[in-house]
Design a protein around this ligand. Structure first.
Ligand code: G3H
Ligand code: ZN
Length: 280
């Protein structure tokens, strides 16, 4: 069934796992995510990112994911990723998303709070979950680039101030991960994470999941990260598989199979390390 992020994260807290969001740019990637989740008996969050949104896919992916979710026994969240626009959030609400992320992290704190409040006003009355972001996550996601010198880790007082005035279902916190392919091994600030989980019971989200070594993922999960976002690995995997098939003169369907098989590898690995596998 289709579930909200709030309900899924509640379950993740109760049963000690981390929920994983996989961003799908197209039907084929979504198929690979669902088929693997089905094999692994894992709840999943299907993310629609800003690239797919700009590609005009909000309604189309929503239709596909909702249809799949209603026929499946797995708990599935349909989540809009990194939205900076109330208009787009309304579009997602109308398309039947069960969760949205409002990203006001580029704004001064007061404006981030105001934008997040606006998102909550649009979503909460119709039971849709809201994730917000504090601190800027470095790197490139779709075509939004945050230079490393603009990226900053969140500080504890900002989080305190934010959660004092607002209630969100999940909070993305910048602790040193980056979007996209890592140039160097990401150094996550585990001390900061430990402090954050001390001051809030709001489920925290680790963005930029691609390329983080498994040991760092495990440690961040043990310290209380309850949601992990993965995009680049499965996007590049899909492209590599399809490219290989096409270059070998295969049919488009056999090339899709290769693409989906590459996506499945990453999905399986993340579902295992997060302990999502076996939870559905
Ligand atoms: O919101 C999406 C994630 O943060 C994706 O990050 O592309 O580095 O895996 P990634
Ligand atoms: Zn992200």
């Amino acid at each position: 069934p289709l579930v909200t992020l709030r309900d899924l994260l509640h379950d993740a807290v109760q049963r000690d796992y981390t929920a994983v969001q996989f961003n799908a740019d197209c039907l084929e990637v979504a198929q690979a995510v669902f088929r693997t989740a089905e094999e692994e008996r894992a709840p999943v969050i299907l993310g629609v990112g800003q690239g797919a949104a700009r590609d005009g896919k909000i309604e189309a992916l929503a239709a596909v994911v909702r249809d799949y979710a209603f026929r499946s026994k797995l708990p599935i969240v349909l989540h809009l990723d990194h939205s900076e626009e109330p208009r787009q959030i309304v579009q997602a609400v109308r398309a039947g998303f069960s969760s949205v992320m409002v990203d006001g992290s580029a704004l001064p704190l007061a404006d981030n709070i105001a934008l997040t409040r606006q998102a909550i006003a649009l979503c909460a009355p119709v039971g849709i979950s809201v994730e917000a972001e504090l601190g800027r996550i470095a790197g490139m996601e779709d075509d939004v680039t945050v230079a490393e010198d603009q990226a900053n880790k969140v500080d504890v007082r900002t989080v305190e101030e934010f959660i004092a005035g607002i209630e969100v279902d999940a909070l993305a916190v910048a602790i040193g991960s980056a979007h996209g392919v890592y140039k160097a091994e990401p150094k996550l600030d585990f001390d900061l994470l430990a402090e954050l989980t001390k001051i809030t019971s709001t489920p925290l989200v680790l963005h930029g999941g691609s390329g983080i070594p498994e040991a760092s993922l495990r440690r961040s999960f043990a310290l209380g990260m309850k949601k992990l976002n993965v995009g680049t690995e499965i996007r590049l995997g899909f492209m590599a598989g399809v490219t290989e098939g096409i270059a070998g003169g295969e049919s488009i369907f056999s090339a899709f199979d290769r693409g989906r098989a590459e996506v499945a590898k990453f999905v399986r690995q993340k579902l295992a390390v997060s302990a999502s596998a076996g939870k559905a």
